[in-house]
Design a protein around this ligand. Structure first.
Ligand code: ZN
Length: 406
């Protein structure tokens, strides 16, 4: 049994039948403010009250979780993840695998996520849309699927990263609409290369549907990004990775992302994909409200080191916190959101409050769900993580209940 499966047994669903639950005694990070000796009262699926213990009125019969000496923070939201714990969203496109994957996320503090696909033939994507729609409508036992992030296939062959070049194709709104309908209109984010022919009009149409459009796997220069922003591009997929770097006379995609307030920026905070110094520059340039921590995780996140075969044909080696092809090229991350937060604090020197914000409220805002998710406030969904002082996940509460897969 894998460690995360064992942990899931320990979660239990003991609060499932309780209408009210009080978490008390810890440091609450909302993440807009810090409340020492704080408490969070949950009623049903929602947060009823947040404040100092004595402000949050308590009846003695209330079910209580003691969080003294711990942090009480909003659940993490991962906008960009392809899998983990041995499960792959695109390859294992069936309800059972997606449900187990949702449990893997939950034990790493993720309470909701965008299921992220990669470049693939139309039928493969169509099948994934169908499965994900089913999982969204049925619900999952662990982290909640907020929607779908299509990373490709409408990207640039000049910047494929680990995406299969043979399936990269020019933007087609017609193809998008077929996938959109199949998904039950659950596609929330699309990563495209706006500089390819038809890219700008494509971005505009997606934006008009209310879909957030990210630039990624793109060879755009600075001027092309400035233009793309006018057509609705507002987000950058894994900033620094698979895009044109910075030169002082040719600022490239990075120059645009770093200098334009209109663009929010994802970063893979494993300190493998991006050097800590580059993450520090990103933080200084964008400020704490424009950065989203993501994992971009492969199915090998949370798996022991070793050799694996991806999609039945590609050999990958997982070692020292990285997943690489035999050539040494990075092939996605083995990062989890709890480690992303920890890295931002321990390796980048961010305050926990700001790191938490980048893993919660900021991603919620990017896809327009910040009215219900991403912060501990009255009326919002009861998505909560309890962290130890060492920033390890001790409990995850999703929509008012502890993760219960068994
Ligand atoms: Zn990705």
């Amino acid at each position: 049994m894998l460690p995360h499966e064992l942990l899931l047994f320990n979660f239990g669903g003991s609060f499932m039948d309780e209408k009210r639950l009080l978490i008390k005694g810890g440091t609450v990070i909302t993440p807009f403010k810090i409340i020492e000796d704080g408490a969070v009262l949950i009623e049903g699926k929602k947060i009823k009250k947040v404040g100092k213990i004595d402000e949050v009125k308590i009846s003695s019969s209330l079910k209580t979780i003691d969080a003294e000496e711990k942090y009480i923070v909003p659940g993490f939201i991962d906008l960009h993840t392809h899998g983990g714990g041995g499960y792959d969203i695109l390859v294992d496109a069936n309800y059972d695998a997606i449900n187990k994957l949702s449990g893997f996320y939950a034990i790493h503090g993720v309470t909701s996520f965008l299921a992220t696909t990669a470049t693939a033939p139309h039928d493969v994507l169509k099948n994934a849309m169908k499965t994900l729609r089913e999982a969204i409508e049925k619900g999952t036992g662990g982290a909640q699927i907020l929607g779908i992030h299509l990373e490709g296939p409408w990207i640039s062959k000049k910047k494929p990263g680990a995406q299969p070049v043979q399936w990269i194709r020019p933007p087609s709104f017609e193809e998008f609409m077929k996938l959109y309908e199949e998904s039950g209109k659950n596609i929330k984010l699309v990563t495209i290369a706006p500089e390819v022919e038809g890219g700008l009009e494509f971005a505009k149409k997606l934006r008009e549907l209310g879909v957030t459009v990210a630039i990624g796997h793109s060879a755009a220069n600075y001027e092309e990004v400035v233009e793309a922003v006018k057509y609705g591009v507002s987000h950058a997929a894994h900033t620094f990775n698979a895009m044109n770097g910075f030169h002082h006379r040719k600022p490239g995609t990075i120059g645009a992302v770093l200098s334009m307030d209109e663009i929010t920026a994802e970063v893979i905070a494993d300190c493998v994909h991006v050097h800590p110094a580059a993450i520090k520059i990103l933080v200084r340039a964008k400020g704490v409200d424009k950065i989203c921590l993501i994992t971009d995780s492969t199915p090998y996140a949370g798996m022991p080191d070793g050799e694996y075969t991806f999609a039945g044909m590609i050999k990958v080696i997982v070692k020292n916190g990285a997943c690489r092809l035999p050539t040494g090229q990075l092939a996605g991350s083995v990062l989890t959101m709890d480690h992303a937060v920890k890295n931002m604090v321990e390796k980048i020197g961010l305050s926990l409050k700001n790191a938490i914000r980048m893993a919660t409220h900021n991603p919620a805002k990017v896809i327009g769900v910040d009215d219900v998710k991403g912060s501990l406030e009255t009326g919002k969904d009861a998505d909560i993580v309890i962290l130890s002082k060492k920033l390890e996940v001790e409990m995850t509460i999703i929509n008012g209940i502890t993760s219960n897969l068994h």
